[in-house]
Design a protein around this ligand. Structure first.
Ligand code: GDP
Ligand code: MG
Length: 793
């Protein structure tokens, strides 16, 4: 790399990226300021010295801004763009091509790939480069593919057969780099370190090699046999660019295989190449690594000899003063010696290149990639510019300053409308099916506890949850379409400004939206957020988004006690939830989960045509999750709730008397003093208790308590009438609009259901789950109390 020259000598004006408001302007990056992780991320996304950045557009609310860099679209907030120093686009201050110094070879002793009894190949690549498509194609699995960063945060395992051998294939989450900054990066890095795969298939988007190959330079240093799959080969061919794969393979020292993952073209070649790489590694393997020049290479060798157990990647990271890499030294006898030597080396390198170590290494890696591409890639001179690409006019509309938000709202409305109206049909069928099953079993089985358990406990309880399956499926079908088309990332871009107000990231918008359907998948969807604090705040506030399970209670109460403006009343409940979530988010991000920076570095993937196949796959996998994960919990909870209401038994009681004298009834009466200030009686107390298992159960409990029928629902006229006419011992009505509204507020806000809590526990830990139980219930009590007391003054 050419030594950094003093830019001021060239009379180039250095400004901030932020100041270059005019859309369409192209400038050149000088440097990125700011702190470690954020800066690193920007560097990895391509904001390196000399890279050209084009200002594409402002979000409808003016912040963030979409930029194009290295062929990809990236969104930055104003505050982040202010960290990037840029200069005139033609300023000649850096000759990046110099940086290609070829590769250096390391030989690694042979390993027995069957030492751990499985052949394991892992998929590593940027988000959206087609890993899951390849995975599905190779293994016949049906995992969700998506056009939205962070869709896969777990790893998925499958098997393929090649030449009579059975090989495990692991789909890892997409990452831009292996620096352990985001959960995905951490995951991939740790996975490779701990599982020592026998080969890595590094998938790259052939249409965006510069950025994609950056990750490759890191993977190369892991010294694991590697194959580079050049995916989206169809798009590359269509673009008219010419890529000499043989030459690129030689320059990078890696096997290259063209691939079109989504139709399966080239999949077998990729798998075969991976097997060849494994077979070779049984002998001695020669790994090719980026040649960083004498100074750094000598240092790497010197330091590498001091810690023979660490791979080249880690040794380089130690020189970079990376805290995760340094942590790996702990326990080693010569840890201090290594650290001192690394610090010394770092100083020498920084002095030599007159820059800081992180940007030096990133620059060198990008320089290597650019150098190689300059040789091997011949861009089509007539290549379609952004403006002639499909999706351009669509994007202009979807992110239009005035239309973006209305379009977003209409799309959301359509999605929910379709979910509820279309879902109502299969819901009815399931309901009658369950009703029929219960009756049939009830008629063939002899009276007794077992029959009651099966009919009321199991079929009643699980059935109550099963009826929501169609709606969940439809909701996720739509979400999948939105994700796959690339619209989700735009939605995050559009609403970021609003989310930022409550201290969150635009990406939180999607989990919240899902939360109106069901909190469990919503909580899982927060995995797309990089910042742990952001994630926690989002997870903890999702339960305030009124999920579909609460709707039956509202419908019943609204129908029974409000004759006019029913729609508005219902909407106000949803609004209260959103407001409470907003306030909670603000308070949390200013107190317990204080953090100053939520970054908005986000890639906006190209628009792609969503496929019905993908959407269906996604729908089924979510449906399965819903049935499995919730089914087990709900089943257990239903049985417990049933048992608490069923025992102790006394002869000759009416159903109402039975429940009144049951454990559940006793509990309801015990908590009556606590809920009385909210306007509730013990029956409502019981409903609230049973609803803790799943909020659908609130209505069925009311049904048992007021009509003696377990299968009451929001439409059952007798229940509605019973509620309207129920009286207290003193003859006054139990319910009136004020009590009903107070009850709805409480149902909205209190204790998330057990399934949601399980999800919170898994994603955030037990401590936060316990916090959530007390916080939500406390807030619910307080708000219902204030409302009821004020309204009855
Ligand atoms: P992942 O995030 O790396 O797992 O990528 P996915 O497999 O989810 O794919 C991302 C997007 O790229 C999806 O919309 C795919 O349909 C699309 N895609 C995958 N492979 C190809 C390909 O070879 N050619 C084209 N044109 N699109 C592809
Ligand atoms: Mg994926």
């Amino acid at each position: 790399m050419a030594k950094k020259q003093d830019i001021n000598n060239n009379n180039n004006k250095v400004t901030r990226l932020l100041d270059n408001e005019p859309v369409g302007m192209t400038v050149q990056v000088v440097r990125v300021m700011g702190d470690g992780a954020f800066r690193q991320r920007l560097l990895e996304m391509g904001f390196v010295r000399g890279a050209k950045v084009t200002v594409l557009k402002n979000a409808p609310l003016q912040d963030p801004v979409e930029y194009m860099i290295m062929g990809s679209h990236i969104s930055l907030r104003h505050s982040e763009a202010a960290q990037v120093e840029v200069t005139d686009k033609d300023a000649a201050f850096c000759d990046m091509e110099d940086a290609y110094n070829g590769t250096v070879e390391t030989s690694v002793a042979g390993v027995d790939p069957m030492a751990d009894d499985v052949l394991r190949v892992v998929l590593v690549g940027n988000p959206n480069c087609g890993k899951t498509s390849l995975f599905n194609n190779a293994t016949g699995a049906k995992e969700k593919v998506g056009n939205y960063g962070g869709v896969t945060v777990d790893s998925k395992e499958g098997w393929f057969n090649v030449g009579g051998r059975r090989v495990q294939l692991v789909d890892l989450p997409g990452t831009y780099s292996l620096t352990e900054y985001s959960p995905e990066e951490m995951y991939v890095r740790t996975y490779i370190r701990d599982h020592h795969p026998d080969a890595i298939i590094n998938i790259v988007d052939a249409g965006n090699l510069e950025r994609n190959l950056y990750l490759t330079t890191q993977v190369m240093d892991m010294n694991i046999p590697m194959v580079i799959a050049l995916n989206m080969w169809d798009e590359l061919e269509k673009s008219g660019d010419k890529l000499d794969t043989e030459m690129l393979g030689r320059l990078l020292g890696a096997r290259m295989v063209p691939l079109t993952a989504y139709n399966g073209h080239g999949v077998d070649d990729v798998l075969q190449a991976a097997m060849d790489a494994i077979d070779e590694s049984e002998q001695e393997t020669h790994h090719h690594n980026v040649n960083y020049g004498t100074l750094i290479e000598d240092g790497l060798k010197e330091l590498g000899d001091k810690c023979p157990d660490l791979d080249r990647y880690t040794v380089l990271k130690i020189i970079e003063n990376d805290k995760h890499a340094l942590a790996l030294l702990e326990g080693q006898d010569n840890a201090q010696e290594v650290k001192d030597a690394a610090a010394n080396l770092r100083q020498r390198i920084e002095r030599n290149y007159n820059d800081d170590i992180v940007s030096i290494i990133t620059d060198l890696k990008y320089g290597f990639v650019r150098g190689a591409l300059a040789e091997a890639l011949t861009p089509n001179p007539d290549r379609a510019t952004d403006e002639t690409k499909p999706g351009y006019s669509l994007d202009r509309l979807l992110t239009n300053r005035w239309l973006a938000l209305p379009i977003l709202l209409v799309l959301m409305w359509l999605m929910f409308e379709a979910t509820f109206t279309l879902g109502a049909y299969p819901q009815e069928w399931i309901e009658s099916g369950i009703g029929w099953l219960g009756e049939w079993i009830g008629s063939v089985m002899p009276d007794g506890i077992l029959r009651d358990l099966i009919v009321d406990g199991i079929i009643g309880g699980v059935g109550g949850v099963l009826v929501f399956l169609p709606q969940i499926l439809i909701l996720f079908f739509f979400i999948s379409l939105l994700e796959d088309s690339g619209y989700m990332a735009r939605a995050a871009f559009i609403v970021d400004r609003v989310m930022h107000r409550v201290g969150l990231h635009g990406k939180s918008f999607i989990p919240y939206l899902i939360g109106f359907g069901c909190g469990v998948p919503a909580i899982m969807a927060t995995r797309t957020l990089e910042n742990r604090r952001d994630r926690l705040v989002t997870i903890l506030t999702i339960p305030f988004m009124s999920c579909s399970a609460r709707l039956p209670s509202y419908l019943l109460l609204v129908a029974a006690f409000f004759t006019a403006k029913q729609g508005l009343i219902l909407m106000s409940i949803y609004l209260v939830g959103i407001i409470v979530a907003g306030i909670t988010a603000i308070v949390l991000s200013k107190t317990l989960l204080k953090h100053d920076k939520t970054q908005f570095v986000m890639e906006l993937p190209p628009y792609r045509k969503p496929t019905a196949r993908n959407a269906t796959i996604h729908m089924w996998s979510k449906g399965k999750q819903y049935l499995q994960k919730m089914g087990t919990i709900i089943l257990a909870a239903s049985i417990i709730v049933w048992a608490l209401g069923y025992f102790p038994r006394h002869e000759g009681q009416t159903p109402q008397e039975q429940i009144e004298n049951s454990f559940m009834g006793q509990m309801g009466k015990a908590i009556e003093p606590v809920v009385a200030p909210l306007g509730f009686n013990w029956q409502m107390g019981v409903s609230v208790l049973t609803g803790a298992a799943a909020k659908e159960i609130v209505v069925s409990t009311m049904g048992v308590l007021y009509t003696g029928e377990a299968d009451a629902d929001e439409e059952s006229a007798p229940l509605k009438e019973k509620l309207q006419t129920a009286t207290k011992p003193d003859g006054s009505h139990v319910f009136n609009p004020v009590v009903a509204y107070s009850f709805m507020l409480f149902i909205l806000l209190y204790f998330p259901c057990i399934a949601a809590l399980t999800a919170i526990k898994r994603e955030a830990g037990t401590k936060w789950m316990v916090f959530e139980i007390f916080y939500t219930t406390g807030v619910a009590w307080l708000i219902s109390f204030i409302f009821y007391q004020l309204a009855t003054l």
